[in-house]
Design a protein around this ligand. Structure first.
Ligand code: DX5
Ligand code: ZN
Length: 213
């Protein structure tokens, strides 16, 4: 099954309750929540307070938290307590990824690792049997609305060839036009910010993803 994970960054920030409510009505239950610290990436976004408010208002929503921050291991319990269902940390800033993955799982949360365009997929190989979610970035992290980098898809093919069977999510510039090649490469989760929340017909986007093989 191919799953859509709309990225909150592109939602109408003054009407988040309505935006998330509509997303659930459209049959989409996985919300991608970007955390940015102005160090690991040159931007600031959302924190645990907002995550917790969403958790309380929408118990059926699965919160897929993407930590784009330095020293993410220090915030594992903060975001787990705030209601994360999936916590994905960047490989580039994790000296001891194994320890971080264990800490996430011990809190009953699904764990993930992410790589930026400049980072090779081989840095993930030692952890493939411990991960629930791999997040391959197809833009430089930090901002929504950037152009998709198709060369990154080769990493997905290599990760599947290495035997990884868990979720592979693709994040950055994903839309209905490039979705088929992303899925063909072996990904099964499509993170869409602009292409979902700024679409004329988000329900139609959700339907199109559901109908993908
Ligand atoms: C970028 C974020 C993405 C972003 C994607 O650093 O991690 O989740 O919201 O936005 P689009 O789909 O517009 O590229
Ligand atoms: Zn993201």
């Amino acid at each position: 099954m191919i799953e859509l994970a709309p990225s909150l960054l592109a939602a109408d920030l003054l009407h988040l309750h309505g935006e998330i409510g509509k997303m659930l009505e459209n049959g989409v239950t996985r919300l991608h929540f970007d955390v940015m610290d102005a160090h690991f990436v040159p931007n600031l976004s959302f924190g645990p307070g907002l995550l917790k408010a969403i958790r309380l208002a929408f118990p059926a929503c699965r919160l897929d938290v993407h930590l784009m921050m330095d020293e993410p291991e220090k915030y594992i319990s903060v975001f787990a307590d705030a209601g994360a269902d999936i916590l994905t940390l960047h490989r580039e800033v994790l000296p001891d990824a194994e320890k971080a993955l264990r800490a996430i799982k011990a809190l009953g949360v699904k764990c993930g690792l992410s790589i930026k365009p400049g980072t090779g997929e081989e840095t993930l190989f030692p952890y493939l049997d411990q991960i629930d979610n791999l997040l391959v970035m197809t833009v430089e992290p930090g901002f929504g609305g950037q152009k998709f980098m198709p060369d990154e898809l080769e990493k997905i093919r290599r990760l599947r060839r290495a035997g990884y069977r868990g979720d592979i999510a693709v994040d950055g510039g994903v839309n209905l036009e490039n979705a088929p090649e992303i899925v063909k490469a072996g990904a099964n989760v499509l993170v869409m910010g602009t292409a979902y929340f700024r679409a004329e017909d988000p329900a139609g986007v959700a339907r199109a993803v559901r109908e993908m093989a």
